[in-house]
Design a protein around this ligand. Structure first.
Ligand SMILES: NC(=O)c1ccc[n+]([C@@H]2O[C@H](COP(=O)([O-])OP(=O)(O)OC[C@H]3O[C@@H](n4cnc5c(N)ncnc54)[C@H](O)[C@@H]3O)[C@@H](O)[C@H]2O)c1
Ligand SMILES: O=C(O)C(=O)C[C@]1(C(=O)O)C=C[C@@H](O)C=C1
Length: 366
C-alpha cells in the first residue's frame, strides 16, 4: 500500500492526489492544509482518507510526501525536514513552478533517509483551490523531475509508478535548465499578459467602448492574467534574475520593432511577423484531456437558444458519437466556437461533412 502525505490541497495538490486515489485504490492519503474548509472538502469528496494535525505527523505516517503549497511555504517545509527525526526512508517531492530556490534548500537536507526529488507538473490553469482540481489535469503534460542527489534512481522509479496514471511525460532536467526554460515560456509571458491588460485599462477612460472590442485575440493572449496574483507574485520573485534578463532583452527587441515602424521598414516588419509565425506554427501541438485531440472539429455557432442541441442532433441522426464537447468562446448575441471530439478520423471527417451540408462553418484547426 502506498501511504502518501499531501501538504496543500489546492489546484495542483488536490489534482495529484485525486488522480492517485482514483487510480490506485490501494493507496492511503493523509492531508494537511492551512484552510480548514479545504480539509473538510477533501474528506467529504474522498480526496484524502485522513487529515493530520501537523507536518511532522504526516511525514512520520507516510512513505511519500508531496508538497503542493505556494513556493515560499514549500521552502519552509523543506527546511523543517532538517529537524524532524526520520528513521525510515521517505520520498519527498514538490510541485513548485520555480526550482532553483527549492533545490538549494533540498540539497542541504542531511538525513540520508529523506530522498528529495523536485517535481513540476507543467500544466495548470488560471483557477485555484480544491474546487478546480481535476484528476486528468496533467494528462499529456511534461512533468519535470530533479533529484537532489545522484543515486536516487529507484526512488524516481517509485515516484513515477505512483504518478503514472497522470499520463504525464516525465523528464529530468537541472534546476538551471528548468528555470530558464519555464521562465521564457511560462513566467515571462505572464508578465506581458498582465501588462497588456494594464494598457487596455489605461486607455479605457478615453474609450469606454474598448472592453467590448477586447474579443478573441485579446482574450487569448491575456487569459493567464486572470490567474492567482499571490501565486504569480511568488513565481516572479523566485525567478527574479531570469525575469530581469528577459525584460531587458524584450525592451531591446521592442525598441528595434518601434524603430522599424517609425522608419517604415515594411519588409523587415513583415519578416519579423513571418519568422514568428513559422516558429509558432512549428511548436508541438498541445494534447489535452482524456483523449488525444487529433479527432477534434471546430464549429462556428450562434449564441441562440437550442443551437448546441441542433448540432448534436444533426450528428446523432448519422449515429456519430461525440466523446467530448467544449464551448471555446461565445460572445453574447454573437458567434462562438464549439470543439467536438470524435472517436476516429472517419467520424471526424463524417461529422465535418454532415455539419457543412447544414451550412455550418467547420474547421479541423482551432
Ligand atoms: N496553478 C498552476 O497553474 C500551477 C501549475 C504547476 C505548478 N504549480 C505550483 O503548485 C503550487 C500550488 O499552486 P496551486 O495553483 O495549487 O495553488 P492553490 O492556491 O490552488 O493551492 C495552494 C494550497 O496550499 C494551501 N496552503 C497555503 N499555505 C499552507 C501551509 N502553510 N500549510 C498547508 N497548506 C497551505 C492553501 O490553503 C491551498 O489549499 C505552487 O508551488 C505553484 O508554483 C501551479
Ligand atoms: O494554463 C495555465 O493557466 C498556466 O498558466 C499553466 C502553467 C503554464 O505556464 O503553462 C503555469 C504555471 C505552472 O508552473 C505550469 C503551467
Amino acid at each position: 500500500m502506498s501511504r502518501v502525505f499531501i501538504v496543500g490541497l489546492g489546484l495542483i495538490g488536490a489534482s495529484l492526489v485525486k488522480n492517485i486515489k482514483f487510480n490506485q485504490p490501494n493507496s492511503y492519503i493523509y492531508g494537511l492544509d492551512l484552510n480548514a474548509e479545504t480539509i473538510e472538502r477533501a474528506l467529504k469528496y474522498n480526496i484524502i482518507d485522513e487529515s493530520v494535525d501537523s507536518f511532522e505527523e504526516g511525514v512520520q505516517k507516510a512513505d511519500v510526501v508531496i508538497l503542493g503549497t505556494p513556493i515560499h511555504i514549500t521552502i519552509d517545509y523543506i527546511n523543517q525536514l532538517q529537524t524532524i527525526p526520520v528513521t525510515t526512508e521517505k520520498i519527498v517531492t514538490d510541485v513548485s513552478s520555480v526550482k532553483g530556490s527549492i533545490m538549494k534548500v533540498a540539497k542541504q537536507i542531511e538525513n540520508p533517509n529523506i530522498k528529495f526529488i523536485g517535481g513540476h507538473p507543467m500544466a495548470g490553469s488560471h483557477k485555484q483551490g480544491i474546487e478546480a482540481a481535476k484528476s486528468h489535469l496533467f494528462e499529456n503534460a511534461y512533468y519535470i523531475l530533479i533529484p537532489a542527489r545522484d543515486g536516487f534512481e529507484s526512488q524516481i522509479a517509485i515516484l513515477k509508478e505512483l504518478l503514472k496514471n497522470t499520463k504525464s511525460y516525465f523528464v529530468e532536467l537541472t534546476e538551471k535548465e528548468h528555470d530558464k526554460m519555464t521562465g521564457i515560456v511560462s513566467h515571462f509571458p505572464h508578465l506581458i499578459a498582465s501588462s497588456l491588460v494594464h494598457q487596455a485599462r489605461n486607455w479605457q477612460d478615453e474609450y469606454p467602448f474598448l472592453p467590448q472590442l477586447a474579443a478573441g485575440g485579446f482574450r487569448d493572449i491575456t487569459r493567464i492574467a486572470s490567474s492567482n496574483p499571490d501565486l504569480w507574485q511568488d513565481i516572479l520573485f523566485q525567478n527574479k534574475t531570469e525575469m530581469v534578463q528577459f525584460l531587458d532583452e524584450w525592451i531591446e527587441e521592442m525598441d528595434k520593432v518601434k524603430g522599424l515602424l517609425e522608419t517604415d521598414q515594411r519588409g523587415d516588419v513583415r519578416e519579423y511577423l513571418d519568422r514568428a509565425k513559422i516558429y509558432r506554427d512549428g511548436l508541438p501541438k498541445k494534447k489535452k484531456g482524456a483523449l488525444p485531440n487529433f479527432y477534434d472539429i471546430y464549429v462556428d455557432i450562434f449564441d441562440q437558444p437550442g443551437e448546441l442541441y441542433k448540432v448534436i442532433k444533426r450528428l446523432a441522426e448519422y449515429e456519430l458519437n461525440i466523446t467530448n464537447i467544449q464551448i471555446l468562446e461565445i460572445r453574447e448575441n454573437m458567434t462562438g466556437v464549439l470543439r467536438l471530439t470524435m472517436q476516429t478520423e472517419e467520424e471526424q471527417l463524417a461529422a465535418m461533412k454532415v455539419l457543412e451540408s447544414h451550412q455550418y462553418e467547420v474547421s479541423l484547426e482551432e
